[in-house]
Structure formats: C-alpha cells, structure tokens
Design a protein around this ligand. Structure first.
Ligand code: ASP
Length: 342
C-alpha cells in the first residue's frame, strides 16, 4: 500500500472555528488541530499537518496576513505536502482566495473553505467542508487549476467565486462560470479547467496600496468619488450601475479622480462584464473609458479591488493596468505581472 500524501491545513479562524458557550455569542475558539480532530475520515485521505495561523473573524484578515501565509504555504509544499487547505471565515473568502490565487506561484492545489453554521449549531457544515477541501487538496486532478474554494461539495475557481447569500450553507457560487467540479462520496470530479492564470509578483515587503470601493446608486451626488483621492487611497473601484454606467452628474468627479489615481469600472450587478463600446450617453461605459477609467472585465468590485491593490503593490505601471484587467478572467496561458512588465 502506498504512503498517504501529506496535506497541510492552515486555520485562520471564522465561523468554521467558532463555537458558543453557555448561550453567549459564538467566538473563534477552535484551533487547526481541533478542526482536523472532528473529521477522523481525513486520516484515510491524507496525513494532515494542522497549523493555527490566526484565530480571527475573516473581516480582520489583511493582505499582509495573506503574504505571510504565502510563505507558510511555500514552506509546507517544499517540505513535501501535495496540497494545502486554508480554513477561514466566509465573509471575505472570495477576496482572500483570489489574493492567494494571484500571489502564489505554485500549481499544487490550494483549497480554501469555511462554514456557515458554527460548531455549536445543529447541521454545522464545517467538518464536511473541511473533509471535502482535504480531498481536493490531495487530488492530482486539482493541480494547475489556480486557488480553489471547496464548499457545499462544489469546487469553485477563486477568480470567479462569490458569497451570494448572508446565511445559506449553499452561499458560494460562480455566477460567471459555474463550479469547476464537485466532490461526491470520496471522489473529486473536475468538470472544467479555467483559462490561463494571471499572477502578480508582489514582494514580501511590498508596502500596502489601499483601494476604495465606491458604489454608485440612484441619486448619487458623487461626494465619495470626489473625496477618495484625497483620503490616501492608491486606487478606486467604482461599483457602477448595470454594464458600467453612472448618473451623468458624477462624471466630472470621476474624470477628476481618474486623473489622480487609477479608477476601475466594475459592475455592481454581481455577474457579467462591463461593456466597452455599446452606449454613448454621458455616464455610459464608453464615456467613462474615454475619460480614463479602466474596465474590470468580468471581475466584480470585490475581486477587482483585490487585483488593483496587488498590481499597485507590485509596482505595475498605470499604463499596464488595463492589460492585466483584460487578462484576469481569460488569459490564454500563464501570465505574471511584474514591475518590469511581462
Ligand atoms: N463572520 C464570519 C467570518 O467571516 C462568518 C463566517 O465565517 O461565515 O469570519
């Protein structure tokens, strides 16, 4: 019988690691070892090395935490792990998994998961999600797909996945692409392979480049758009109406902001690309792109903010940003954004 593969589990906190005592609100209490101890079946899949990295709600994670996690992941793989699981809160999982997708250079499976029901609740989904994630991380079929999210027995590509519901255990979906696979019984089934992957060469010591997300809406007066560049943001993502439209009254504020910092045009709808040349009215996508905004392609505002932040941290020139946004969802092959270009 061949030896079991090694899978490293990095626990960051979140609902999957939360429990309540004596009627109080649930808090992060469970370590990586505690999480793994709840799924003895994992011992038939892999030899698990459990690590507790942080014990926080996922809103308290930072880009710096993810850059440090990258080093831990690289070390675990260098030490012989075939794949990695990251367990964390679901609230920011679409952003953290996409950041790892962009900054990690490996083809080994990195599989993120979490839970919607904490460990004290009936029907807690953490153990099943963690076991499924371990199966995916141990699967040779999951190599080269980019960072994945295993949740509710579905497998999603980090670049497409979204948290779509505040409480449902089936919250994660990929509206643009659908899941890339699923887990059934003890098998990992990969249905689709995403197109080429964009990576961003962010140095370990890169200074952060905070990005604002501003959501426009009916009756918006543009006050936040006007303020953002002077508040210290290195860039801005505009969550625009529909396919990339804004009320015409905020166009001058956007044009002015785009002269000061990169402004990315994304759709607030939750799925689908922004247009680039269909409408011609003031505040249309064509008008905004002519005034210097950068189209987000098929990235929703949260994903677009992660990509913009990392590109800026990597020192990518402003005139290269649009190219990388264009490639983010549909590169033909692997691309790495480096400060010197690629
Ligand atoms: N607030 C929690 C978190 O993101 C929610 C969850 O894990 O589902 O840490």
């Amino acid at each position: 019988m061949s030896a079991l593969p090694v899978v490293a589990v990095f626990a960051l906190g979140g609902t999957i690691a939360s429990a309540s005592d004596s009627g109080g609100g649930a808090l992060v209490r469970l370590s990586g070892a505690d999480l793994v101890a709840a799924i003895p079946q994992a011992g038939q899949v892999a030899r698990i090395e459990a690590h507790s990295v942080t014990m926080v709600p996922s809103g308290d994670l930072s880009i710096g935490d993810l850059i440090r996690l990258r080093s831990l992941i690289e070390q675990a793989l260098a030490d012989g792990a075939v794949g990695v699981v990251v367990s964390q809160g679901t609230d920011t999982l679409e952003e953290t998994s996409y950041a790892l997708d962009l900054i990690c250079g490996t083809d080994a499976p990195i599989v993120c998961t979490g839970a919607m029901r904490n460990a004290s609740l009936p029907g807690a989904d953490g153990p099943a999600n963690l076991l499924a994630a371990i199966r995916v991380a141990a699967s040779p079929a999951a190599r080269g797909l980019g960072v994945l999210v295993a949740f509710g027995d579905e497998i999603h590509a980090a670049r497409f996945v979204r948290k779509r519901h505040a409480t449902s255990p089936g919250t994660f979906g990929s509206p643009l692409a659908g899941p890339v696979g699923y887990v059934i019984e003890d098998r990992v089934v990969i249905l689709l392979r995403p197109p080429g992957r964009l990576r961003v060469a962010v140095p370990d010591d890169a200074p952060d480049a905070p990005v604002a997300i501003v959501l426009t809406h009916l009756g918006d007066d543009g006050g936040l758009v006007t303020a953002a560049p002077s508040l210290g943001y290195a860039g801005m993502v505009l969550a625009a109406l529909g396919a990339g439209h804004v009320p015409s009254r905020i166009v001058p504020a956007l044009e002015s902001a785009a002269r000061q910092i990169p402004v990315v045009l994304a759709s607030r709808t939750g799925a689908g690309d922004v247009l680039t040349g269909t409408y011609g009215f003031a505040g249309s996508e064509s008008d905004l792109l002519r005034r210097g905004l950068i189209p987000a392609g098929g990235l929703d505002p949260a994903h677009a903010a992660v990509l913009l932040r990392l590109l800026l941290m990597a020192g990518i020139d402003r005139d290269r940003l649009a190219y990388y946004f264009d490639q983010a969802c549909r590169a033909d092959g692997p691309i790495t954004a480096t400060a010197t270009g690629s």
